[in-house]
Design a protein around this ligand. Structure first.
Ligand code: SAM
Length: 301
């Protein structure tokens, strides 16, 4: 294989040069390939869709982990000593998200991944992603369908992170209102749910339906943005749902203090980005405000 062609969008094909295929197999659930690309290093794709690369994963994982955790830390009252105790990740089999979450001391993180093959092959072929986080004593790795897990668990989490595939195959259920309602059920009071929610320019309806569900279930539903080069199509949206309206308004000075105290050593995330990422361009604002995505598309052509 000389070139890998992504098959996510009907009219757009992101193509990446393959210097070497490190591993390819049909796991119990997905067609998995890990290959080396001269620009992005090791790349993992599932069912023809780029999931993560060594070159740009830091952007996505830092924003997925540090924005919600610092927000809850900043707003948690004295009683909770500004602490986040429990974080749940659904998906995240490459290990990049749990690596960033566990940079915060004093918290424990449960990661619920449906496909053991993804973890096993990431352990072997994506060492810089997980950086040993799967074996951290504050990590609990559960092999299960995240939708079933949040429906049944008795645990309550301060932060829930959905680091899933796109709404295809096993990931489709993770974009439903029922799933978000079950996530709300196991969210501790004052906590927040954040979600991988696609690229609004190309996947507007996906973001729109998630935020519409958030607004039905929570006091606040919106998204924040980051640009991940191999998530083709511009901004990547990370969904945000909470009953705690103070979280997003956490003072910059407090976020900066907590960021410094946690020694997070980030390559993308900064305290200033904490607020800036929620400043939405109009076409995304309209999606979040529920203006029909289709209408937007017509306008653009
Ligand atoms: N960052 C990537 C993206 O934005 O596309 C996601 C990376 S991560 C590898 C996605 C993980 O979600 C995969 O390992 C996949 O097996 C897992 N997954 C998909 N559906 C799931 C489900 N229902 N429950 C738990 N994990 C699931």
């Amino acid at each position: 294989m000389e070139w890998f062609q992504e098959t996510l969008h009907p009219a757009i094909r992101q193509t990446l040069k393959v210097d070497e295929v490190l591993h390819r197999e049909q796991t119990a659930l997905q067609d998995l390939i890990i290959f080396r690309n001269p620009t992005f290093g090791r790349v993992m794709a599932l069912d023809g869709i780029v999931q993560t690369t060594e070159g740009d994963e830091f952007i996505y994982h830092e924003m997925l982990a540090h924005v919600p955790i610092l927000a809850v830390k900043a707003v948690q009252g004295r009683a909770a000593k500004g602490r986040v105790n429990k974080v749940l990740i659904v998906g995240g089999g490459d290990g990049g998200c749990i690596r960033e979450v566990l940079k915060h001391k004093n918290l424990v993180c449960t990661m619920v991944e449906i496909d053991p093959g993804v973890i096993e092959l990431s352990r072997k072929h994506l060492p810089n992603h997980h950086a040993g986080a799967f074996d951290n004593k504050r990590a609990k790795i559960v092999i299960a369908d995240g939708a079933k897990f949040v429906k049944e668990t008795a645990e309550r989490y301060d932060v829930i992170i959905i680091d899933s595939t796109d709404p295809v195959g096993p990931g489709a259920v993770l974009f439903t209102e029922e799933f978000y309602a079950d996530c709300k059920r196991c969210l501790a009071s004052g906590g927040v749910l954040v979600t991988q929610n696609g690229v609004p320019f190309l996947q507007g309806p996906e973001l729109q339906s998630s935020v519409a569900a958030f607004k039905k279930l929570f006091r606040e539903g919106t998204c924040y943005l980051a640009v991940v080069p191999t998530y083709n199509g511009g901004f990547m949206a990370l969904g945000w749902a909470s009953d705690n309206l103070k979280l997003r308004k956490a003072p910059l000075a407090k976020i900066a203090r907590l960021y410094k105290a946690a020694k997070l050593d980030t390559k993308y995330f900064t305290p200033e980005l904490f607020h800036a990422a929620f400043a939405l361009p109009n076409f995304v604002r309209k999606l979040v405000d529920g203006i029909k995505a289709k209408k937007l598309a017509r306008g653009r052509r």
